[in-house]
Structures are given as structure tokens and as C-alpha cells.
Write a protein that binds this ligand. Structure first.
Ligand code: ZN
Length: 156
């Protein structure tokens, strides 16, 4: 059966940076990832590239930033007074959670900390190697919940 809207798909995937080949995420050694197609659970280009692909097939594709985690938005880079961090000692590269969402510490001076609220993969082209393990019809319950159930999906 082939991948279309409202199918539940289970995939093994490895995501790499196309220029360096460095892996940023992979399902290797884990349960295959399960998702319900057409529910915006995945980045846009990922689903689009898998449309029409059938169970057992392997595909590889590279997505530009706008089809992955979006362009890097400089308005989401902010300087915060160091004292705001209180007892937390920020370090460059650290990901912290705030009321406004997660951010990455990118620079620290004596008085201020530069933080970036963009997704860590924003502004980057990404290559995915995907093996389609299973394609099945979604149940009515999965469609009403808007996500896949079972191994690799939402368990409840
Ligand atoms: Zn559910």
C-alpha cells in the first residue's frame, strides 16, 4: 500500500547535514517512528517526499530550510542580562527552557547572554534517508486524535 493522507506510516530514518554528512537524528537502534500522514506531525517536506512511496521502499532526499525547520529568523536572537539567569550558569551551546519556549545560548559576555529562540535546525538544509517499514490505514480513533497509536506512536 502506498503513502497517502490518513495512512499510518512507520519509518526508520537518519537525518544528516548534507555538507558534512554529520548525523543530527536517527531512529537507528530504536522503535521505528510512527506518524499519521496529513496531520502536520512531521516537517512539511518530509511528508511531501514520502507521498506515493510504498512499504519496503527506501528513499533519500534533501530539503531546503523552508521545507524543514524554516529560515533562521534574526528577530528570535536576543540579548538578555546575565543576572536574569539567577542561579543558572549559562554556557554556550546549552539549551534552556523559558516561558517563551526553548532557546540555545550562543554567546556570553560579562553582562549579557545572547540567546537564540530559533529551532536548532532552522536555516539548514537537511538530508533524510528513510526506509518505509509499514504503511496501513489509520483507525477512526487515530484520525480523531490526529496522531498514530501503537509502537513508535502515541501510547495511551
Ligand atoms: Zn491518541
Amino acid at each position: 500500500s502506498e503513502i497517502t493522507k490518513n495512512k499510518v506510516v512507520r519509518v526508520h530514518y537518519t537525518g544528516t547535514h548534507p555538507d558534512s554528512g554529520e548525523v543530527f537524528d536517527s531512529s537507528e537502534g530504536k522503535e521505528p517512528l510512527a506518524f499519521l500522514v496529513g496531520q502536520k506531525q512531521m516537517i512539511p517536506g518530509f511528508e511531501r517526499e514520502l507521498m506515493g512511496v510504498t512499504q519496503g521502499e527506501k528513499v533519500e532526499f534533501t530539503l531546503p530550510p523552508q521545507d524543514a525547520y524554516g529560515q533562521h529568523d534574526s528577530d528570535k536572537v536576543q540579548q538578555i542580562p546575565l543576572e536574569t539567569f539567577g542561579e543558572i550558569a549559562p554556557e554556550v551551546g546549552m539549551t534552556l527552557l523559558s516561558d517563551l519556549g526553548p532557546f540555545i545560548v550562543t554567546e556570553i559576555t560579562d553582562e549579557s547572554v545572547t540567546v537564540d529562540f530559533n529551532h536548532a535546525l532552522a536555516g539548514k538544509s537537511l538530508t533524510f534517508s528513510v526506509e518505509v517499514i509499514e504503511v496501513r490505514e489509520a483507525t477512526d480513533e487515530e484520525i480523531s486524535h490526529g496522531h498514530a497509536h501503537g509502537p513508535g506512536g502515541v501510547q495511551h
